[in-house]
Design a protein around this ligand. Structure first.
Ligand SMILES: Nc1ncnc2c1ncn2[C@@H]1O[C@H](COP(=O)(O)OP(=O)(O)O)[C@@H](O)[C@H]1O
Length: 339
C-alpha cells in the first residue's frame, strides 16, 4: 500500500486500510486506473539508457492482480481507465502485436468492467491509426468524438461527473500518414525544435525543450476547440470533469522529457473551466503529482512495465461529492484529491 500524499488538505477523512471514511459514507461510484502495461511475451529488458528494468512478461500478471482486486471491491468499479501503452512496441518486431493485444484484452475481459483505453506511443509502434480504430482499443466508438479518426471522446458515468479522453498523438509523426496535413504540421513543429537526425534524441533538457521528441506528440487545434466546447457544456451543467491523456500536460507533474508538445495550450483551456478537477496521464513511468494554481490535480500514474513482479501498480478511485480518494497499490501512493 502507498502512503497518503496531500497538498493542501488533511488526510483524516480516509483510512489506510480501506475506503471507509469517518462518516461511513459510500462513494458515489468508483473506477480503476492503470498505466503503461507494455506487455510482451519477452524476457525482462531495460529502458533506452539501460538504467531501468522492464518486466515485459510480468506486466500481464500485474494486470491480473489489478483485475482481481477491482472484482473484489465492495463498490465495484464502474469502469477502468487504461492510460495507454497497453502492449510494448517490441511486439511488432516479433510479429506478436495481435497476440499480445489479445492476451491483454482477455485478461481485462476476465474481471474488469468497461475499459476506456487511452492511446500511447506504443499503440502506434504496433498498429496504424486505422487499425486502432477498428480494434478493441477503440473504446470511444459511437460517442461524441473530437473529429474523424481522433481518439478523443467524453462520457458521463454518473450524474454530475464527466470524463474526457484525449488523443495526445493527434499531432504526431508516429501516428499519422506521411502525406497527411497533420503529419506535415507535426513534422514542421518537431523539426523547428529538434535538430537531431534521430528525432527520439532530445534537443536538450532546459526549459522543457526536451519534450520535442518523436515519442511524444500533441493536440490539434481541432481537438483543442472540441475540448473547450465539451468543458463549456460541463461548466453550464456544473459537472466535475476528469481529463485523461497518455502524455502529461503539467511540467511539474512529470519529467519534462515526457511532456506533451503543446502542453501550454491544453493547460490554458483546462484552467479557464471551473468544471475541471483532475488531469490523469501515464507515459512517465516514475509517476508524478502536482496541484496547480486553479486547483486542478495533475496525476501521472506510475507504469506497470517498470514495476517489479513482487509489487503492483494500479489504483482504485473512490468518488465523492467533494473529493476523490485514490487508493494506490504497490508503487502507487494513496492520495486525497479535494475539489
Ligand atoms: N535519449 C534517446 N535518444 C535516442 N532514442 C531514444 C532516447 N530515449 C528513448 N529513445 C527511443 O525512443 C523510443 C521510445 O523510448 P522508450 O523509453 O522506450 O519509451 P517509453 O517510455 O514510452 O517506453 C524507443 O525506441 C527508444 O529507443
Amino acid at each position: 500500500m502507498g502512503q497518503f500524499h496531500t497538498s493542501a488538505h488533511s488526510v483524516k477523512h480516509a483510512t489506510q486500510d480501506g475506503v471507509q471514511l469517518e462518516d461511513g459514507a459510500d462513494p458515489l461510484f468508483t473506477f480503476g486506473v492503470i498505466a503503461d502495461i507494455q506487455y510482451a511475451d519477452l524476457d525482462d529488458g531495460f529502458n533506452f539508457h539501460g538504467t531501468r528494468k522492464r518486466y515485459y512478461r510480468s506486466s500481464l500478471r500485474l494486470l491480473c492482480n489489478a483485475n482481481r482486486r477491482w472484482a473484489a471491491e465492495r463498490v465495484r468499479p464502474s469502469f477502468v481507465l487504461q492510460l495507454g501503452d497497453v502492449i510494448d512496441g517490441s511486439n511488432r518486431r516479433h510479429g506478436a502485436s495481435q497476440r499480445a493485444l489479445r492476451a491483454v484484452m482477455d485478461e481485462f475481459g476476465n474481471y474488469a468492467p468497461a475499459v476506456h483505453h487511452v492511446w500511447g506511443n506504443h499503440e502506434f509502434y504496433n498498429f496504424s491509426r486505422s487499425e486502432l480504430l477498428s480494434s478493441a482499443l477503440n473504446s470511444g466508438a459511437g460517442g461524441d468524438r473530437a473529429g474523424d479518426g481522433v481518439h478523443a471522446y467524453h462520457f458521463s458515468p454518473a450524474p454530475g461527473f464527466r470524463f474526457v479522453v484525449l488523443d495526445a498523438y493527434d499531432l504526431s509523426v508516429i501516428g499519422r500518414e506521411r502525406r497527411s496535413d497533420k503529419y506535415e504540421l507535426a513534422f514542421k513543429l518537431i523539426k523547428a525544435h529538434n535538430p537531431n537526425r534521430n528525432l527520439n534524441e532530445p534537443p536538450g533538457y532546459r526549459h522543457w525543450i526536451g519534450r520535442f521528441v518523436q515519442f511524444n506528440g500533441g493536440f490539434s487545434q481541432e481537438q483543442l476547440d472540441w475540448l473547450h466546447g465539451v468543458l463549456l457544456g460541463a461548466d453550464e451543467k456544473k459537472e466535475k470533469v476528469v481529463v485523461v491523456s497518455h502524455i502529461p500536460v503539467h511540467p511539474l507533474s512529470t519529467d519534462g522529457i515526457c511532456l506533451a508538445w503543446n502542453y501550454d495550450k491544453v493547460l490554458s483551456i483546462l484552467n479557464s473551466h471551473k468544471s475541471v478537477v483532475c488531469f490523469m496521464a501515464g507515459h512517465d513511468h516514475d509517476g508524478g503529482y502536482y496541484l496547480d494554481t486553479s486547483g486542478i490535480h495533475h496525476l501521472t500514474l506510475e507504469g506497470v512495465i517498470e514495476t517489479p513482479p513482487d509489487s503492483d501498480a494500479f489504483g482504485t478511485v473512490y468518488v465523492y461529492e467533494d473529493k476523490m480518494v485514490l487508493k494506490g497499490n504497490g508503487r502507487i501512493s494513496d492520495r486525497l484529491l479535494m475539489y
